[in-house]
Design a protein around this ligand. Sequence first.
Ligand SMILES: Nc1ccn([C@@H]2O[C@H](COP(=O)(O)OP(=O)(O)OP(=O)(O)O)[C@@H](O)[C@H]2O)c(=O)n1
Ligand SMILES: [Mg+2]
Length: 396
Amino acid sequence: MKINSLPEIFIKALPVVQTLTKAGYEAYFVGGSVRDLLLNRHIHDVDIATSAYPEEVKQLFERSIDTGIQHGTVTVLYDDDSYEITTFRTESGYQDYRRPDHVEFVQNLEEDLKRRDFTINALAMDEYGNIHDLFNGLDDLKNGLIKAVGNPERRFNEDALRMMRAVRFMSQLKFSLEENTRQAICDHHELLSKISVERIREEFVKMCVGPHARSAFQVFLDTQLSEEVPDFRGKKEQLSVFPSLTFSPSTEASVWAIIAILLKLPNEQIPKFMRDWKNSNQMTRKVEEIVFFFDLLSDHSPSDYELFLAGQDTVMSACDVARILGQPVNSEALVDRYVALPIKNHKELVVDGSTLIEWGIKPGPSLGDMLAKITEAVVDGKIANDEEAIKNFIVE
Ligand SMILES: Nc1ccn([C@@H]2O[C@H](COP(=O)(O)OP(=O)(O)OP(=O)(O)O)[C@@H](O)[C@H]2O)c(=O)n1
Ligand SMILES: [Mg+2]
């Protein structure tokens, strides 16, 4: 198979590959970029594999960074772009089911492709656009199959994260899982417990926001992968609601909010849950706010002041979560009401703490209470957002 017209991103990278081949080395585009090219998907970066050793790569290019030189990867800066160039390698000496403790460089493309995770990720393309398909990746692409290269057990023993990658790709590409690959995941799901939570989280979130999130999530449960991730063990029943939702979440924050709601976590347990998944404090705060406002929405129609306190992002995310969970809310009406608020955040209030102190009010907790009352009165439209009106309000 030959690709005749390459997308811009490959054309820009072509001189990098040609520099290597002109110097007598082999060089190919590999991995996700070739897969995404053939699927007509957006290509976010192109990776290059070569027979040149890292030191040889560095000599051919003016600007490079030793990103992962012990694993054979050099990042080359060319024009305004950067490219990861990795020497053909096999990964040997796995002791911990995570990345290899050392790599062995090999001299040909086949040896390199053999150690890759799935056949659709083991395609290579040369500078002329010829696709090198040594493991039937093209057929699997056509048939929509995630299939391990060679022996699936070996692939998952090399890097157990690949089991999560399998369900992530199912969701992103709307593919199914080849039977032997699926069986190997069922048999070895416990290896996932060796993988860092950060790496698992990245794949989990990608799975949950992908277009086939719900069927991939079902496989994540059926293969028992879900038993090996933080706080999910023994929670299959609650989590099995996810595959039956009418929609799936589209943002990371709504993923976590929905999971927290399905697990029926009380609000005060959300921070621990988010920490167990190694989420940032910022993401944790966001999710707490969304779940809080979702609960409020389930309980009553929010007041203007409650809308103000939540803020537009939280209101919209909570509406989205409610819609996904099948709880009807009129989100347009809520957003309209939000937009019509006299002030939308604290900064828009014409007075602040120091204004009140200038007016002779003593600093302390009661000052904060007063500021909150003023804000509420302005948001509710009881008084105008000007100093005169606020002064009169305080006197009363
Ligand atoms: N655990 C892994 C991770 C990566 N790879 C190989 O390295 C390539 C690049 O890895 P990565 O960028 O992580 O994944 P992509 O397949 O490119 O997917 P994405 O579009 O998400 O980048 C993969 O295609 C695959 O050939 C692998 O074999 N095993
Ligand atoms: Mg990639």
